[in-house]
Design a protein around this ligand. Structure first.
Ligand code: SAH
Length: 217
């Protein structure tokens, strides 16, 4: 039965995507399995669903984009580092695709989005595909989500000029933060780790995210 409304052609393009991610250096089998299982075509408009398994970002309305699968895989791999994390905070729910990938790999996902239509749509889609270990709220994620802190992992999918201090404060000892930092058109993807000796920072690669918008309070 074709449960996700995805035919043989799409199955082939999905396999091709997996192959490509491997070639690009994604080696964590659990991450690859999560990408294989999450129906990305359910997180874009129907008009774009035929392109859902291309390794490219696509528009989701409101000037935002669903991230490129390679970037989702890379960030997820860096975040979980081969472990089963308990609690993860995501800033920038967007389509909800990255949220769904995380939900299949960690115990609990808390996700924050500042645009209400996107938040509601993501909530609906995640419910439709049966993700239950997720909570989403509408707010400025620069402030994190204090109620559920500290987090074993924090992933940010919009780019601030600098790492928001609240996110560092909400990172558990041993926790990992993956975040793009920089100007509007080019950023550096950073891995920040909360170790015994304090915070360490590693540069992963250059990326291109929409800006993290700060709402005035
Ligand atoms: N991971 C998402 C990426 C969406 S693009 C996906 O693959 O679909 C980034 C998202 O971050 C957008 O939806 C944007 O509205 C949201 N965003 C930008 N600034 C934000 C902020 N300060 N707080 C919460 N969400 C924010």
């Amino acid at each position: 039965m074709d449960v996700h409304g995805i035919g043989m052609t799409s199955q082939r393009t999905r396999d091709r995507l997996l192959q490509r991610l491997r070639e690009e250096g994604i080696h964590d089998e659990r991450v690859l399995e999560a990408i294989r299982n999450v129906p990305r075509h359910m997180f874009v408009d129907e008009a774009l669903s035929s392109r859902a398994y291309e390794d490219t970002a696509l528009p989701i309305g409101h000037g935002q984009t669903i991230s490129q699968p390679y970037i989702v895989a890379l960030m997820t791999q860096a975040l979980i580092a081969g472990k089963r994390l308990k609690k993860v905070l995501e800033v920038g729910t967007g389509s909800g695709y990255q949220t769904a990938v995380l939900a299949s790999l960690v115990d609990e996902v808390y996700s924050v989005e500042r645009l209400e239509p996107l938040m509601k749509q993501a909530r609906r889609r995640l419910r439709e595909i049966g993700c239950r270990n997720i909570q989403i709220k509408l707010s400025d994620g620069s402030w994190g989500w204090k109620d559920h802190a500290p987090y074993d992992g924090i992933i940010v999918t919009a780019a601030p000029a600098e790492v928001p201090p609240a996110l560092l404060e909400q990172l558990a000892p041993g926790g990992r933060l993956v975040i793009p930092v920089g100007g509007p058109s080019m950023q550096q993807l950073l891995l920040v780790q909360h170790t015994d000796k304090g915070l360490t920072q590693e540069r992963l690669e250059h990326v291109n995210f929409v800006p993290l918008v700060r709402d005035s309070i």
